[in-house]
Design a binder for this molecule. Structure first.
Ligand SMILES: C[S@@+](CC[C@H](N)C(=O)[O-])C[C@H]1O[C@@H](n2cnc3c(N)ncnc32)[C@H](O)[C@@H]1O
Length: 276
């Protein structure tokens, strides 16, 4: 189970297994859902200090009608509802990718949550002023006007967003330096401006830079197969030369942290936006 109160995985020392074996294992692993337990012992991603899922549980306990947008496999909402002292009278979640929608439905139905299949770029399938709490962790992109529309006056949006240059070390290893526009995309200042322009008042916004490490090439392959927008069109065949070189580097130098033997860099930035 992944939630923000747990790391992506725990370091258990370097692997010395063969390239073919590690890659085959990663390619065989299912990619649906948003549970990162597969990475246990193979990759680490520090978690933000604020503990999003636990904080969400506190907010759910005070909500009457809650919506979780892009719930993925429902793992985080399930964790938060399990921790909440009281559940909202109504909780619904949206998910746009069919394999995840099915997974989330199975996980969340026992908690009385309806999962609605809704593409992430479509209008939210709910009436205006419906929810007093809207949440989302790592949405592909927040659609502020829609969030404002479905929130009741005085309602809150509570979320954790991925920040700029998320996992850029691994992305730049395969694609080369990112264009400036992609580097500044998702910057907290930009998101603040967009949220305010849509009519929200930001009551709390925090940002942290977090370290991500890959301890074997299988973890890199599984990550890029799972988070498909990082290196668009990624396949093992297309990037075999770079993958083999990276495998050799991990074997001789230790975990992959960055493209050029840097001092440890911090990885993705996450931000929490709580607005009303
Ligand atoms: C980054 S995920 C976050 C899911 C969830 N809120 C969480 O934090 O665990 C956001 C969205 O990406 C989309 N997504 C994830 N994996 C996908 C895939 N392999 N193909 C297409 N979309 C995917 C899903 O629609 C999902 O709701």
């Amino acid at each position: 189970m992944l939630c923000d109160d747990q790391p992506m995985g725990e370091q258990q020392g370097r692997s010395h297994r063969r390239y073919d074996e590690l890659v085959a294992e990663a390619v065989a692993a299912p990619t649906e859902g948003w549970d990162f337990s597969w990475f246990e012992g193979r990759a680490t991603e520090a978690r933000p200090s604020w503990g999003y899922a636990t904080s969400l549980a506190e907010r759910l306990a005070g909500a009457e009608a809650a919506l979780d947008i892009q719930t993925g496999g429902g793992e985080v909402l399930d964790f938060a509802l399990g921790r909440a002292l009281k559940s909202p009278a109504v909780t619904v979640a949206t998910e746009g990718w069919p394999p995840n929608a099915a997974k989330a439905t199975a996980l969340l139905r026992p908690r009385g949550v309806a999962v609605v299949a809704a593409p992430e770029d479509a209008r939210l399938p709910f009436a205006d002023d419906t929810f007093d709490l809207v949440s989302s962790r790592h949405p592909v992109g927040p659609r502020w006007a829609e969030i404002v529309r479905v929130l009741q006056p005085g309602g809150r949006y509570f979320a954790q967003h991925v920040g700029p240059r998320s996992a850029y070390e691994v992305v730049e290893y395969f694609l080369g330096p990112l264009p400036a526009e992609r580097s500044s995309d998702r910057h907290p200042d930009r998101e603040r401006a967009a949220a305010e322009a849509a009519g929200l008042e930001i009551v709390d916004l925090r940002a942290e830079r977090l370290r991500m490490e890959f301890h074997d090439i299988g973890a890199v392959v599984h990550f890029l197969r799972k988070v498909i927008w990082m290196v668009p069109g990624f396949t093992v065949e297309a990037y075999e030369h770079q993958l083999r070189a990276l495998h050799d580097r991990i074997e001789t130098e230790g975990p992959f942290r960055g493209p050029q033997h840097p001092p440890p860099r911090r990885g993705p930035q996450a931000q929490r936006v709580s607005a009303e």
